[in-house]
Write a protein that binds this ligand. Sequence first.
Ligand SMILES: [Zn+2]
Length: 403
Amino acid sequence: MNPSIVESKKSNIKMILMEILLNKDISRIELSKRLGISPATVALIITELVQKNLIVETDEKSSSVGRKSRLVRINEKAYEILSVRIRHSTIYMRLCDINGQIKASQDAVVNMVIENGNASEVVAAIVNNILEFLSKNSDKTKRIAGMTLIVPGMVSADGRVDWLEGKWKQLPLAGAIQYATGIPVFVDIALRIQGSYEIRFLPEELRSRSVVFLSLEPGVGLAYYIDGKILQGKNNMFGEIGHVSLNENGPECYCGNRGCFEFYCEKAHIIERLKRLLAETSGCSIFRALVDENHGEVSLDMAFQAFRMGSIQVQEILLDVATYLGRAMLMIRNILDPDCIILSGDLVTVDPYVLQTALAFMRERVPIRTRNEPSIRTAKLPPNKFETSVCLYTFENMLDQII
Ligand SMILES: [Zn+2]
């Protein structure tokens, strides 16, 4: 077959599979309409995918297109996805179905720091934990179609990882895991996986323009998309805004800088700050009472509650955080001038106060020529549903192998 025809067929199959996954149950007619592929081509591809057992036809009927037609959906039994996330010294392993529902999970603590020539031991410890998890769930793992390794730090174009905290330099970890498990392994940072999920659900008129995805937990960073394509940068580190200094007299960061954006606006850092407030003898009684009611647990939700109940000390912290967030958003606007900014993290999704205050700060300072404001949105997927974005990411990357 002519190579260009093969390519166009492949691209049609990919689009159809993604559309079926995103829409759960969908008719052939709807697929044809949404993707602009002829009904005859859709029918041919659907038959092929049903034969391969990758999708199934359901008995339910849709009448939304004017006449009844059978629906197709992803064959959920055909795919399972392993999400392996590394943060600090813990490996979080989650075996999921295609929609990100967790079927088995395990956390393992491993020494991740590479020093004194122990790189192979660190890699072996990570690989062995994954192998052990797979063998424990062996009845469920026969159908694992792919794995995504989510790492901190930076990932180069060929999948090697640089991570300051673990002293990793160009570590080919994904390759080592793929070799040991025989499962295709994709590697990326959480921010980019979440970002690509979020832009998928933007209205078409925004998705095809320039979009910033700004994540505030865990870690602070941004991903920048133009027409749905991510900008990587020469060193594949585009968007490392978390370690841009917003206050050169601020506290020292592990990156060697002072007063980093991340220090002021990342959830874990704000929680630490709230805990210090509690430890002060003159600390806020409203906030303390709330924390006591919740068995000592400190959360952003509680900080917002304390502020709404009249805590001036908590408000001071939130205002300070909002000022730094506003400063960073001003930089983003002045440098990138995007059509849309999506913010992710409890700081902006639990309560609108910090985001609205940050936006007011930004609006006061933005140059007149750029007052045509981008669309400001908060993330659709909460941080505790992270696996949903991992599964979509893995599936999309696996499509070439699937077909
Ligand atoms: Zn830093």
